[in-house]
Structures are given as structure tokens and as C-alpha cells.
Design a protein around this ligand. Structure first.
Ligand SMILES: N[C@@H](CCC(=O)N[C@@H](CS)C(=O)NCC(=O)O)C(=O)O
Length: 220
């Protein structure tokens, strides 16, 4: 049985849980999950650091294979465990999704992480409100770019849902929740109608609702 290390409140663990759910793999039957990270600890023990020297979640064990980096874990799961062909494998869909996975980890998240961590993990008296607002406003501009793409296609890589949508939608939902919870600190949220429609589509056609949080998990 596969073993997934990571608390359910982590965006990166949520990516893996969503992907597992789409593949029809169930906790307790196909994989076990061990709460680790933040209040659960366990991610700095010598045993854990042998699996993932970064001391971060998610970390996946599948037999002898140990993987970390959430986007890589999703790529692996699709390659190795997509028995029912949930995700398209044609080159255009696959690499259309790949580019968004890299954009999420290299461009979008580095921008959004300042307001996200600033407002949900940093105590109030230590917050850099200027950096938080700037990060949020710059995220508006990045998501506007995604919104433009979604004006012409249902999903990030074309007509069909792919793992790129998983990584992007979990960022977009945090971007929405941040503004809902801290409107003054974030400043205005861009009105992006194609992103709204895409999130609704994901709610109706995928396991998004089972995984994504309805409220921010604030741990300070
Ligand atoms: N690039 C890594 C980042 C992993 C990461 O930063 N994980 C966070 C949770 S989202 C973590 O383990 N933080 C320490 C903790 O939860 O204690 C990935 O995509 O998996």
C-alpha cells in the first residue's frame, strides 16, 4: 500500500489527495496517510529526513520508491496508477498541463505565498502588510493571464481536465479565500469571470469539493 505523509490542510498535500481521488484510489484501501507537518510535527525526525531531506510534506512512499515535490508526485501517480484513463495522454494535453504545473510552482505560488503565509501563518504584529498587499495585487495580474486562456478553453490544457488544473485551482481557491477573509489587507480582488466559471466546472465535474477548504486554515 502506498504511504502519503502530510496534513490535509497543506496546499501541496491537497494536490496529491485530489489526484488520488480522481484516480479512484482510496485512503485506507489503496494508500495510508500519516498526518505530518505544522501542529502534527513528524517532518523533522531523522526517519522522515531520510525520506525527504527537505523536511516537507507531501512525501510519498510507493514500495521502494520515495518521492517529494507535489507536482512530481502527481505526474508519477498519473503515469503509474491511472488505470481508468482519467487524464488524457495525448502530447498536446499532457504538455499543455505540464507547462501550467511549472508555472504554478515557479511563478504563481511564489507570488501568492507572501499574502498566504503572511496572513495565515505569521502573527499579526510581525506581518509585512505592504508586501502582503503587493503580493496579492501581483497575483491578480497573474490570474488575469490565466483567465484570458480560460476564455477560450474549458481547462488549462484544453478541452479536458488535467493535473495542471489541480495545482492552479488550489492556488485560485486560496486567492479567493484570502480576499474573503482579509479584504482590507489584500486590497481588491480582480473580477475574473472565466476563473469563476472554471472553478464551478471543477466543483461539478471533479473531486475538487471533497478536497478544497471552504475556509482558510489559520495557524499562527
Ligand atoms: N515544492 C514543494 C513544497 C512543499 C512544502 O512547502 N510543503 C509545506 C506545506 S504546503 C511544508 O511541508 N511545510 C512545513 C510544515 O507543514 O510543517 C512541493 O510542492 O511539494
Amino acid at each position: 500500500m502506498m504511504r502519503l505523509w502530510g496534513r490535509k490542510s497543506s496546499i501541496n498535500v491537497q494536490k496529491v489527495l485530489w489526484c488520488l481521488a480522481e484516480l479512484g484510489l482510496q485512503e485506507g484501501k489503496d494508500f495510508e496517510r500519516i498526518d505530518a507537518g505544522l501542529q502534527f510535527g513528524k517532518n523533522r525526525t531523522p526517519e522522515f529526513l531520510k525520506l525527504n531531506p527537505n523536511g516537507l510534506v507531501p512525501t510519498l512512499e510507493d514500495g521502494e520508491l520515495v518521492l517529494w515535490e507535489s507536482n512530481t508526485i502527481m505526474r508519477y501517480l498519473v503515469r503509474q496508477h491511472d488505470k481508468s484513463k482519467r487524464f488524457p495522454t495525448d502530447v498536446a494535453s499532457q504538455y499543455g498541463s505540464e507547462k501550467w504545473l511549472d508555472w504554478q510552482v515557479g511563478t504563481l505560488w511564489p507570488m501568492l505565498r507572501t499574502p498566504f503565509l503572511g496572513l495565515t501563518r505569521v502573527p499579526e504584529n510581525e506581518r509585512n502588510y505592504e508586501a502582503i498587499k503587493k503580493g496579492y495585487q501581483d497575483t491578480n495580474a497573474l490570474l488575469d493571464l490565466l483567465d484570458g486562456v480560460l476564455a477560450n478553453q474549458a481547462y488549462c490544457s484544453g478541452k479536458q481536465f488535467h493535473i495542471g488544473d489541480i495545482a492552479l485551482a488550489l492556488c485560485a481557491s486560496r486567492w479567493m479565500l484570502l480576499h474573503k477573509t482579509f479584504p482590507e489587507q489584500t486590497g481588491p480582488r480582480a473580477d475574473l469571470k472565466n476563473i469563476d466559471a472554471w472553478i464551478k466546472r471543477l466543483e461539478q465535474e471533479t473531486r475538487f469539493n471533497d478536497i478544497a477548504e471552504k475556509e482558510l486554515n489559520i495557524v499562527k
